[in-house]
Design a protein around this ligand. Sequence first.
Ligand code: HEM
Length: 141
Amino acid sequence: MHHVVPLLPRAYREECEVDGYTIPMKAKVTVNKWALGRDPEYWDEPEIFKPERFENASVDFLGNNFEYILFGSRRRFCPGMSFALENIEYPLAKLLYHFNWKLPKGMNPNNMDMTELLGISGMRKTNIYLTATPFHPLVDG
Ligand code: HEM
């Protein structure tokens, strides 16, 4: 739902036909990943945070499933994918393992403002403030 790069711009090198529409040469076309991620034709309850939807799912983000092209697809596929994943998954796992996380007092997770700013990268409109308490596996575990 929340893409780092929500829109992929393209320009047509030659006239061609897509879904019955004639796209003229040099036309600018934008692949809207933001909308694809919210399309109920492809996703069950797309607006709901449901990570388990990916359990045992055949859909991957390697450019084979066009409803989920986080890193693009084919010729212009992101060459930094492995670097990005290492630098997101490992630090995130460390943060989750070493801290307990809480929302500020009285804040309901369902009322969090998930609005994004318009732009090349899909940044949040508002910051999330969390309270982190250190978790020591040997003491607290
Ligand atoms: C979560 C992090 C990242 C995401 C979601 C992401 C996503 C993307 C997407 C969607 C594209 C456009 C593909 C297209 O036009 O079809 C792209 C292109 C590109 N990315 Fe990433 N990227 C990420 C991190 C990185 C990192 C860490 C690097 C470099 C270290 C990188 C380098 C590039 C380059 C050079 C291109 C242009 C490729 C081309 O046009 O041929 N990206 N990325």
